[in-house]
Design a protein around this ligand. Structure first.
Ligand SMILES: Cc1ncc(COP(=O)(O)O)c(C=O)c1O
Length: 383
């Protein structure tokens, strides 16, 4: 049975990406590789909707998060860190490891945050604000646009973890005043794990050049300077084949059109949410903060979440995720990001319905599919 990854990373690979991964490796100091890197960098600017340089580092998304902190801040700097779940907590740990003076603003799991709440927690001493756009552990998004617009002109650095949103949800670094946006290859960007991509504002670059705090591999000045060389390069040996694969993935997004890609994710999110609700299930995240790239669902009383996940895989070949930490066994997470279509969402809803029936939960047969299909056919709610 072919397995389908409806998980929030890694996500399925398009055939073009798989083909690129199987190519003979290129030497990273050749003209041939430089052409790939040049095309990837301009494609990434399209996908990031930015004119800032977008650097590619060989690391998972966590490495990109650490790079952002290491370049913008010095040990002892005060920052406000918003945490709405596991990945916000991870960013907090990184800031602490790097010696920052971090104030953690905990948001209830399943909710996001907007400008007013962030502003009300600032003391005036902060050098920066760090927010997770799409908290993958809860499927809730924060309003990074209003936060960024409110922070414009304050002089603070604004860093956004867009690891599970970029390429599936709207992000606009310049308009929204985001100094560094971090994402990684294995989610909406349809590649295997191994690369992290960061857009870096002029201000962040200027600060990084004056910042002598400890870093070497994570030096974004080096990364941007090497990218600006003719021909472009990386300071260190990159994961060459994943870079080649990323160029294919980015080209697919360019072909579909970024706004269409965002709309597809929005539609799939709506289908998933309305579908599970039609099954009589409850969403974990407050719908006001609903994510377009994944949906978290409360497991009904008397049913074991791990059993649902196991049966979905065994009986239908559909792999979904469970909850992290205190949510283990209590929620299931269905991702709909990257190389995933509305048809995949329908198949997942059908498999979930049959799984629940198999576990003795009465479900209105076919209702979820009918609701989701209507959204698919009518195109969902347009922004
Ligand atoms: C929102 C978010 N931030 C950060 C990360 C960490 O990324 P990585 O696992 O690529 O290090 C993840 C991974 O799932 C994530 O979803």
């Amino acid at each position: 049975m072919n397995k389908r990854l409806m998980t929030p990373g890694p996500t399925p690979l398009p055939p073009q990406v798989i083909k690129a991964l199987g190519q003979q490796v290129l030497h990273h100091r050749t003209k041939e590789y430089a052409d790939v890197l040049a095309s990837l960098s301009s494609g990434l600017k399209y996908v990031f909707a930015t004119d800032y340089p977008v650097v590619t580092l060989t690391a998972s998304g966590t490495g990109g998060m650490e790079a952002a902190v290491a370049n913008c801040f010095r040990p002892g700097d005060r920052v406000l860190l918003v945490s709405a779940g596991v990945f916000g907590d991870r960013f907090y740990d990184i800031c602490r490891c790097m010696g920052l003076n971090v104030t953690k603003l905990d948001v209830s799991w399943g909710k996001g945050i907007g400008a007013a709440e962030v502003l009300s927690h600032l003391t005036g001493d902060e050098k920066g604000v760090i927010v997770t756009h799409n908290e993958t552990s809860t499927a809730a998004r924060s309003d990074i646009e209003t936060i960024g617009k409110a922070l414009k002109g304050t002089g603070m650095f604004y860093i956004v973890d867009a690891v599970s949103s970029l390429g599936g949800m709207e992000v606009r670094p310049e308009d929204w005043g985001i100094d560094i946006v971090v994402t990684s290859s294995q989610k909406a960007l349809m590649c295997p794990p191994g690369l992290t991509f960061l857009s870096v504002s002029q201000r962040a670059m200027e600060a990084a050049r004056k910042n002598t705090s400890r870093r070497h591999y994570w030096d974004l000045c080096k990364a941007v300077d090497f990218l600006s060389k003719q021909p472009p390069q990386h300071p260190f040996t990159p994961a060459v084949n994943i870079v080649m694969a990323s160029l294919e993935a980015v080209s697919l997004i360019q072909k579909e059109g970024l706004e269409n890609v965002w709309q597809r994710h929005k539609r799939m999110g709506e289908m998933a949410r309305e579908g599970v609700k039609a099954m009589g299930l409850e969403l974990f995240a407050d719908e006001k903060y609903a994510s377009d790239t994944l949906t978290a669902v409360k497991v009904p009383e008397g049913i074991d979440g791990q059993e649902v996940i196991g049966r979905m895989e065994e009986d239908f070949g559909i792999i979904i995720a469970g909850g992290n930490r205190s949510l283990k066994g209590k929620i299931i997470r269905i991702a709909h990001m990257g190389y995933i279509s509305e048809g995949d969402v329908l198949d997942t809803l059908k498999a979930l319905e049959e799984t629940l029936v198999g576990l003795g939960r009465p479900v209105d047969a076919g209702k979820a599919l009918a609701v989701a299909k209507t959204i698919m056919d009518t195109g969902g709610t347009k922004q």
